[in-house]
Design a protein around this ligand. Structure first.
Ligand code: SAH
Length: 342
């Protein structure tokens, strides 16, 4: 059962030891309640229940709280049982998906609910973060490009310092933590600091952003493989040759700035000028946009459309499949609309 109660201005007693109850205290405060932490059974007097709307009992294993149930019943105050927050610090690397809250995994959402602190990136799903992590301090470590950016070294230092202070830390990243996400480096830093660390995989933009534009990265009879490449730095001639030779779909992340080198490299490696290409910018946002063309035209197309990062570039026959499917889907939708209109 999922129950939503407006706790604004309501008085809530949170009973439990400070460490175990810290998250519940913050969560009820974030919900607008007037929170009275009760850290020891010896601090309890029945008059505290006067004017109290809810008692949250944190199951921290401390003896002596058993009277609460009876007292709440007697004074007609609601009693909620709460799981305790963990005592030792930990880090969870959460893949947040390509930006839409709906594409965050259930495990990722559960980790956020438990977090004391969330270090998040620009590409992570940030819109609903306050609701997803109601007890957490939210730290933006991935300011927009051009603004001051927290260095990777500083992120790792912050991550480990927070966990060593005993906090439950979530490192929320865009897409999947291990796909160009530096998740491996952060895991290494946690291991070096002997901090328990776990990984929650996320939906990578490499497949999800083409899908948002209706482009399947594989399609029976069209492409049975896809290669995901970082365009952060230009590829080598060898890499262009191998990529062109594979004959499958090429998906490029961080590739807007190196598009000229990629196009020239693939053409030099023998890829046809009429091979289809698409650039999908800001997938899953209100301003998502697809610019499509051929390998021969995509540079000019991207230039006149002023394509910008973040964007996923797809090169391959599947772009045609995607465009055809999109056309069919639109036709069906308008058919359905006209049926409704009848
Ligand atoms: N770990 C991430 C990738 C990080 S690299 C993942 O698995 O998705 C950052 C690049 O991902 C961006 O430069 C862009 O190429 C791509 N990207 C991530 N989210 C995107 C989005 N919503 N729309 C378009 N591109 C996106």
């Amino acid at each position: 059962m999922e129950l939503t109660i407006d706790l604004t201005g309501r008085r809530v007693i949170v009973a439990g030891s400070p460490v175990a109850a810290r998250r519940a205290v913050r969560r009820y405060r974030a919900a607008g309640a007037l929170v009275l932490p009760l850290t020891s059974p010896t601090d309890f007097t029945p008059d505290l229940l006067e004017g109290t709307d809810l008692v949250a009992a944190v199951q921290d294993g401390q003896p002596g709280w058993s009277f609460l149930e009876e007292a709440c019943r007697f004074h007609n105050v609601l009693l909620a049982h709460e799981a305790p927050a963990a005592a030792g610090g930990s880090v969870t690397l959460v893949g947040g998906g390509p930006g839409a809250t709906g594409l965050l995994t259930l495990d990722g959402a559960a980790a956020l609910r438990e977090a004391d602190v969330v270090l998040f990136d620009r590409l992570a799903p940030t819109t609903d973060l306050k609701e997803l992590a109601p007890a957490a301090e939210l730290i933006d470590v991935g300011k927009l490009p051009g603004h001051h950016r927290v260095s990777q070294q500083d992120i790792e230092a912050l991550l480990t310092a927070q966990a060593l202070a005993g906090r439950t830390v979530v490192r929320l990243k865009g897409g999947d933590p291990f796909v160009f996400g530096r998740g491996g480096e952060e895991l290494t830093a946690c291991i070096a600091a002997r901090i328990p660390c776990r990984i929650i995989a996320g939906i990578s933009s490499a497949v999800a952003v083409p899908a948002a534009a209706g482009i399947p990265v594989t399609h029976r009879g069209v492409s049975h493989l896809f290669t995901v490449v970082s365009g952060h730095a230009p590829l080598t001639d060898d890499e262009h040759t191998h990529l062109a030779g594979l004959g499958g779909t090429i998906v490029v992340l961080m590739g807007v700035n190196t598009l000229p080198q990629l196009v020239a490299g693939l053409r030099a490696a023998g890829m046809r000028a009429d091979m289809l290409a698409a650039i999908i910018e800001r997938g899953y946002s209100a301003s998502q946009r697809t610019t499509s063309g051929s390998l021969g035209s995509i540079l000019t197309d991207a230039g006149s459309a002023r394509c910008q990062s973040p964007a996923v570039l797809v090169i391959g026959e599947v772009v045609r499949t995607g465009l055809e499917l999109q056309g069919e889907a639109t036709r069906l939708a308008s058919l359905a609309d006209s049926l409704v209109a009848l």
